[in-house]
Design a protein around this ligand. Structure first.
Ligand code: NAX
Length: 328
């Protein structure tokens, strides 16, 4: 039988954790014949709730779940893990400046990066969900010098999935008809969901949806502001859809790409004019031996270039604010 894949999840007792853990343990992330072990990490105030989540995992009697570790000790939590899903982070509170948030979370991700560096498998792959996820990921990457930079990711798959559904609904087709939708830049309202290169069936999305004003002035902001709209409607932030996007992200990083590519924030080597060294969202493909690369040959319109540059500028500003405070 296969050895289990060991997965650490931080913020495991939070909303996204509650929607995510059961899907990992049921086999939806790594497949129906792959055992998994879960290392659940929380801060001290979350440990009681975490115990309840672990009890519920037990009560599912998942055949693939071999072990549950519950801890607030990062050295224990990241010990020998194959994947580190960094979901927990400190939410922005009233009166808190963006720079404060970057500094507070920056410290957390320095600590987690170091603990991953010193305890995880050298082949560990890290996916950051907790916001500001691109900059948190960059900080963790810098704090884990022994782990190759191309093993660090931050999540924009939820934005891609949101964008695909918006286009499908406007065109009146099934969402599975929409492909090649790249999300570029920062996981923030400035990100650019690239409708110019998207396809609906075999056609260019812009040949199916010919209302250019809708694409620029409705589609782009609706995707960018979707998280806020969910909070307004539900009274709580996106959790099940975010967890679903984590499952999609990890599964597709493990699977050679056939057909459609997907968006994830990765280390830039300057592709498409993005500033090298940033963690920024780009379309990637995974090859037969499981290595990813940025999709080549995408043509960007001037409007797209402008939007992407603005989002990457926001990332440069975040980096400056955070690195200054952290002394990185
Ligand atoms: P919750 O507040 O429900 O849960 C967060 C959990 O993390 C809490 O249980 C808390 O105790 C724990 N935690 C806090 N600091 C920690 C630390 N240093 N180590 C370990 N655990 C820690 O938030 P939830 O709704 O689950 O969202 C989690 C994060 O995902 C937030 O930062 C949120 O902004 C971010 N999101 C990112 C998305 C993306 O697409 N990248 C979309 C969804 C979501 O908004």
């Amino acid at each position: 039988s296969k050895a289990p894949i060991r997965v650490a999840v931080t913020g495991a007792a939070g909303n996204i954790g509650y929607a995510l853990l059961f899907r990992i343990a049921s086999g939806q992330m790594f497949g129906p014949d792959q055992p998994v072990a879960l290392n659940l990490i929380e801060i001290e105030p979350g440990m009681a709730a975490l115990k309840g989540v672990a009890m519920e995992l037990d009560d599912c009697a998942f055949p693939l779940l071999t072990e549950i570790v519950q801890t607030s000790d990062l050295a224990v939590g990241f010990k020998d893990v194959d994947w580190a899903l960094l979901v927990g982070s400190v939410p922005r509170k009233q009166g808190m400046e963006r720079a404060d948030l970057l500094g507070i979370n920056g410290k957390v991700f320095v600590g987690q990066g170091k603990a991953i560096n010193d305890n995880a498998k050298p082949s560990v792959r890290v996916v950051v969900v907790g916001n500001p996820c691109n900059t948190n990921c960059l900080i963790a990457m810098k704090s884990a010098p022994d782990i190759p930079n191309n093993q660090f990711f931050a999540m924009t798959r939820l934005d891609e999935n949101r964008a695909k559904t918006q286009l499908a609904q406007k065109a009146g087709v099934s969402v599975k008809e929409v492909s090649e939708l790249c999300v570029w830049g920062n996981h923030s309202p400035t990100m650019f969901p690239d409708f110019y290169n998207a396809k609906i069936g075999r056609l260019k999305a812009t040949d199916v949806i010919t209302d250019a004003a809708w694409l620029k002035d409705t589609f782009v902001p609706v995707v960018g502001q979707r998280g806020k709209a969910i909070i307004e409607a539900r009274g709580a932030s996106s959790a099940a859809s975010a967890a679903n996007a984590v499952v999609d992200t990890v599964r597709d990083l493990c699977t050679p790409t056939r057909g459609d590519f997907h968006s994830v924030c990765v280390i830039s080597n300057g592709e498409y004019g993005t500033p090298a060294g940033l963690i920024t969202s780009m379309p990637i493909k995974v090859d037969a031996i499981g290595k990813w690369r940025v999709v080549e040959g995408i043509k960007l319109t001037d409007y797209a270039k402008e939007k992407i540059a603005a989002s990457n500028q926001e990332l440069l500003d975040e980096r400056e604010m955070a690195f200054g405070q952290l002394g990185l």
